[in-house]
Design a protein around this ligand. Sequence first.
Ligand code: PRX
Length: 656
Amino acid sequence: MSQPTIESILHERRVFTPPADFAQQAHIKSLDEYQQLYDRAKANPAKFWEELAIKELHWFEKWHTVLDWQPPNARWFDGGKINISYNCLDRHLTTWRKNKAALIWEGEPGDSRTLTYAQLHREVCQFANALKHLGVQKGDVVGVYMPMIPEAAIAMLACARIGAAHTVVFGGFSAEALRDRLNDGNAKLIITADGGWRKDAIVPLKEQVDKALADGAAPTVQHVLVVERTKQGVTMEPGRDHWWHEVQPTVSAHCPAEPMDSEDMLFILYTSGSTGKPKGVVHTTGGYNLYTHITTKWVFDLQETDVYWCTADVGWITGHSYIVYGPLSNGATTLMYEGAPRASNPGCFWDVVEKYGVTVFYTAPTAIRAFIKMGDQHPQARDLSSLRLLGTVGEPINPESWMWYQKVIGGDRCPIVDTWWQTETGGHMITSLPGAVPTKPGSATLPFPGILADVVDLEGNPVSDHEGGYLVVRHPWPGMMRTVYGDPDRFRRTYWEHIAPVDGQSLYFAGDGARKDEDGYFWIMGRVDDVISVSGHRLGTMEIESALVSHPAVAEAAVVGRPDDLKGEEVVAFVTLEGAIAPSDDLIKTLKQHVVTEIGALARPGEIRFSDALPKTRSGKIMRRLLRAIAAGEDVSGDTSTLEDRSVLDKLRTGG
Ligand code: PRX
């Protein structure tokens, strides 16, 4: 099943209205109700968000200013004091939720654990005290490099509790990538595990941490706190490394949540952009808490008895916002699964749905494509009747995958929310509200109330219906990123200067193309910059190029994405070699492995093509558009007017 094409979505005409019984009990019950909310938020955004902040969250002290907007710098609920860990835990303890399941966890080997709100609170307090004991203070940055185990969420909440910012690094990133992120964030401590289970094998996380810290290469890191998960045996450096299970009995379970300024940094999360160096996206406390809370509540239509499962990894923003903070702030039961669908157990996701009676299920199109390929027999052999709502995130979804999801997983009874958003936006931006907004397969539908999204040209003028353009947001929202860590200039340049200001107002643009239809529905067309999405993982082509040219055999490299049925896109690298070095199959293997070592397995090129030269314009720019077409096997003969040397093209086409 291929990726959506303009043709496939231009001809998409199917519309599905929310089932009546679903709409009746939903938080937002009709299109009218959505429209009223949307209009109210648009007319007076500050009032709209302020009312929600009062109603939905606990504040130690109220703010003096709802929004201070000096583009591109926004301050939300300035002067307010809040703690997101308090909102996710403490406030539920005085209600019947105290003994409700907060976190249900299923490990890949089949072990499991359930933590009630009271138990989770206790663990978070102890973990927070352990961090303090190891010298972590308010304002410090703490690295988190964890498998999908409860302690990953506990670690994040513990940092938030004492006012330390966490920077979670996905466990699939290499030691080198981890080290770069720890150094950029000046992390003082890192929380990890001996290992984690993934596809029937152990991911040796502690070993990677040791490599990242070797020879003083991450000098700010003073301690490593290690959770025991896989018990395969790791080396512990005395004085630096500490087992969590040894520290835990020595620390108190009493740790009041630190009142934080609304604009205090909550976390840094690194994401790829169109330059070689990943950006540390900074989110702050109050606005992010409110935004993830309300989007979780309305988009997943959370009800008290829901068993909510988001299949993302906590290493990505989806895990931050929609496994940990959003669901727990709402007092929901959030499910965390360590494993991934794998050859040895292709039905494992559906086992989890059946075992726990999952009601809301949120996953990525790449996973849906994999399920389709594995065959309907796996979901069909399980009881999925508990499901009432399905969600998707991360890439455009092909209408046919959408239909399969609705029919085979949702039994034609569950609405689908296709949620467009980004690491930078903190939470959902364009998405249906499932009881209110009719859906069209492949469209993320309409903006969330308070989000003034549009599709414009480079001058900031709205384009006509069905015409492609740049997806922008006109007004700040509480969950927006505040800056690029340590590089405010990059923040301004990357997101706020790409599109010309309109009437003096800057527009937020983070790299996607889109079009709107006659109903105002948004159809996301994918990235328009040099960012590619491999199995829903966002990768900068320049990051991979930098990794390749750091190998002594490589003179020059250009990386592009090639459409792939399963992964969405696959990495294809065009490489020129140094001097006398000859191309060989062994060298291809070596270079692929080199990328894995530098970045992680997620960036491993699917194909490496050697060439004598790369196609460049007369001004020396690599013609990526051309390389993309060549990688995809398209005819490029008529498309080379600015090419410096035509013979390069002929060689590339023939793979020479
Ligand atoms: O291109 C868009 C795509 O994922 C990008 C954001 O990636 P990341 O920051 O890693 O966050 C992923 C999870 C929020 C976007 O710029 N994207 C995300 N959701 C969708 C999407 N593309 C189409 N439809 C979506 N629902």
